[in-house]
Design a protein around this ligand. Structure first.
Ligand code: ZN
Length: 198
């Protein structure tokens, strides 16, 4: 996966990969590596960074995501350097923060964060693009993207950010669900670019 456009970085808090694009859109995967939340290990969300990078390459957008070892939780710890770096990659624009959730009978959940007014119109586009390919999508439950999340922290900086939780099969490149996710997110991103956002 690593090639010239994706760079590898290491810090005390953990390691990550990033890609700097030319348009103000960022795909983020803070839980791609097993993370440490309040001192306890929490399962990795494999495939989330691969998807973030693939989408970023498609549109020459930016991407960031963790790789092992990760000693902290960017989606939980206050003022996490991951969030600071994400803001440097995307000073303004739109960010999609990708996560994996267990299957509760629907494959996708959109979190609109603590500043949903910033993403009004955008989350509806994401929802309809997912539903259009047959992926049933919940909004705000079970994950609304609370104040400690990457999504809400980016929103606090004025960035239009959304959280998208997907079931494990959605990140399996061999699955039908992955193909649907890929198609939905490509169409959604195109809609964001073609809209008045950028
Ligand atoms: Zn997560």
């Amino acid at each position: 996966m690593t090639s010239q456009d994706v760079t590898l970085h290491h810090a005390e808090w953990g390691s990550w990969k990033e890609r700097l694009g030319t348009i103000p859109i960022l795909f983020s995967a803070p839980h791609n590596a097993e993370q440490v939340r309040d001192g306890l290990p929490k399962a990795a969300e494999p495939g989330s960074l691969d998807l973030a990078i693939e989408l970023a390459r498609l549109f020459d957008a930016s991407a960031i995501g963790t790789i092992p070892p990760l000693h902290s939780d960017p989606n939980w710890d206050a003022d996490h350097p991951y969030v600071i770096r994400a803001k440097e990659l995307l000073p303004h624009g739109f960010a999609l923060d990708l996560h994996m959730m267990r299957d509760r009978g629907f494959p996708a959940c959109i979190g609109t964060g603590t500043h949903p007014e910033l993403v009004e119109g955008i989350w509806q586009s994401l929802e309809s693009n997912l539903e259009n390919v047959g992926l049933e999508t919940s909004v705000g439950w079970p994950f609304g993207a609370g104040p400690q999340t990457v999504t809400s922290n980016l929103q606090s900086a004025g960035i239009k950010a959304l959280q998208l939780e997907l079931t494990p099969t959605c990140f399996d490149v061999k699955s039908e669900a992955y193909k649907k996710v890929r198609e939905a997110l490509e169409k959604f991103t195109r809609a964001v670019i073609n809209g008045s956002l950028l």
